[in-house]
Ligand binder design. Structure first.
Ligand SMILES: [Zn+2]
Length: 108
């Protein structure tokens, strides 16, 4: 059986909560990525766990089987990010509403 030399998965930026794809060498211990959205740099040490799962504690990171097609992962990321984006839009609306109320009160 041929063993794949790399691992892949998804991670989430602790700043903006968007999800991204990662792929790295199987033996690589250090996770070092920059969020494409907010440019926050995320670094961590992958912990070896039974079942070959690396899991840094500080932020969301999950390993997916390396035979999983990239397209499937891209779909999953897209779905997750759409949920995040909806939440963000909602929050932005609330903040906007809050500011407007505040401004209105101040003019009273
Ligand atoms: Zn980010």
């Amino acid at each position: 059986m041929k063993v794949k030399r790399w691992r892949q998965g998804i991670w989430s930026c602790p700043e903006c909560y968007f999800y991204w794809y990662w792929k790295m060498d199987r033996d690589s211990k250090f996770f070092d990525r920059k969020c494409p959205f907010c440019h926050n740099r995320v670094r961590s040490v992958m912990e070896r766990q039974p079942g070959n799962r690396g899991r840094p504690r500080e932020f969301f990171l999950e390993t997916r089987p390396s035979h999983m097609p990239r397209a499937a992962l891209t779909r999953e990321l897209k779905n997750r990010n759409e949920v995040i984006k909806r939440k963000k839009d909602q929050e932005a609306e609330y903040i906007q509403m809050g500011l407007e109320t505040w401004g209105w009160d101040e003019n009273e």
